[in-house]
Design a protein around this ligand. Sequence first.
Ligand code: PRX
Length: 596
Amino acid sequence: MSYGTIGKPDHVRRAAIMGDYGRARREFSWTHARLELSGLPGGTGLNIAHEAVDRHAAHPARRGRTAVRFLDRDGTVHELTYGELARRSNRFANALGTLGVRPGERVFTLLGARPELYVVAFGTLKARAVLAPLFSAFGPEPVRCRLELGEAAVLVTTPALYRRTVAPIRDALPRLRHVLVVGPPGEDGCSLDALLDAAGPEYRIGPTDPQDPALLHFTSGTTGTPKGAVHVHEAVVAHHATARAALDLRPDDVYWCTADPGWVTGTSYGIVAPLVVGATLVADAREFDVRRWYRVLDEQRVTVWYTAPTALRMFMAAGPEEARRHDLSALRLIASVGEPLNGEVVVWADAVLGRPVHDTWWQTETGAIMIANFAGSDIRPGSMGRPVPGIGAGLLEQGPDGRAVVAPDGRVKVLHGEAEGELALRAGWPSMFRGYLDAPERYAECFADGWYLTGDIARRDRDGWYWFVGRADDVIKSAGHLIGPFEVESTLMRHPAVAEAGVIGVPDPAAGEIVKAFVTLRAGAEPSVELRRELLAFVRRELGAVAPKSVEFAPALPHTRSGKVMRRLLRARELGLPEGDLSTLENAAALTAGSP
Ligand code: PRX
């Protein structure tokens, strides 16, 4: 269904940082974008922490401004000025030195939203160590796997997460040298507070090559272990440019990004971008709740809100009355990311919240927003928008597997005009990932003929707007979180009753997709309601929030001739869709439900 176009009045266009899209694209250059940042004093390089914190702290008019306004569970508000954040992150950088952490080593956080997060994040970047944030709702297994893959030197966590998630795996991580726990000295790990108190508040950031690694984000593919996408300090150029162009973010904004700090959005736009711009960021310790979120928007006078389609759909489901109880007049821009945003939500928000939603598209690998509906441009509800200035997007001809066809000479076929194909980006923007940790061949496979291949299928209309069609692979998107079916299947198969597992995403009106598992059982195990309950509890304990919501017993799973579970077929059968090309099917397994 088409929702037409939501036009922007002239005064809105004129007031936006980027009022004229065509002109901005023509005139944009990354070299110029870099010059809007200051660089380290003495020309010693480019460091994210300097751009986000120290350069504001060094400025008498900006030092006392609020960088972080943190809303705690008990209603307390903690504020950190740019000056305070500079000094505290200096202390953490010094503390890392005392612990013997060297540039390039990895500091992981498993923190959720906490004021310490910002101190640890920027202290790590100042010390030129690599910041690797983890999702706090992960269970012990995904955390262990990522700490091991990332060769974590330091992990910073909370007492509760230590007990729940870290303690069960601590002995399995001999290379993890330090576990720092926020709060005063307790029974577990080393006290972060004591360490900060003992460290000095002055720190001079060492020379930082813009190509030095800065951030490590794990993401999931269809097969194999999670992939660690490495980003460099130069990414800050894209964080800054896109925060301005796509989010229209300015120093006097009160900005709220609702993404968990353990995912890329929660770092690029939840920590770095708003502070590079010099704005005040609002962070909230509590879980999602429609009423409270309305209160935060209202009471904090949020001007720019970056959120996710799942949350917006829940706002919509809660009805318009709640919106009427709140004053949202401060809100200038609503943007969303992470999963398809249905046009209906955009139109609903325009009518009920008084502002449309600006969809944005990007990935862990791209490090920053690549395609967006801009503040100063019309919106096509349901469309992801147009490429941001400095980004070349294209569509490539697909083969039968859904991915771009790469000819033997390495060339791809670029489609022109109105088309559908694999979405690709001209390689070379500053926040492009520079590698997958220890997996150069996986990294190389992402590129062809000068393009980065995204794995997403998109359509472009005749005016150059991009529309999301689907993923070319089997990864699952649930409530905006990318979930690798392989990781879930491997965990299920560690249960003694399970012989094999196939995991897919099935549509869900609120979360977009939810995770569903099909399992075959080992000889001797029988399908039963109790076993299903036990399996659900098992995966929930091991995986945390990314665990499947339902498990179905199957007598057999369909395989390709090379032995891989055909998730595409599981999904087609589950949803009653056409089964497509079955030429690679090895066993025409009957998927008659074996569930009690
Ligand atoms: O499939 C696309 C979907 O999320 C994927 C990237 O997920 P992740 O690396 O976890 O990063 C999420 C936040 C940047 C994409 O390949 N995706 C992201 N934005 C959109 C989207 N799907 C549809 N519409 C979007 N706006």
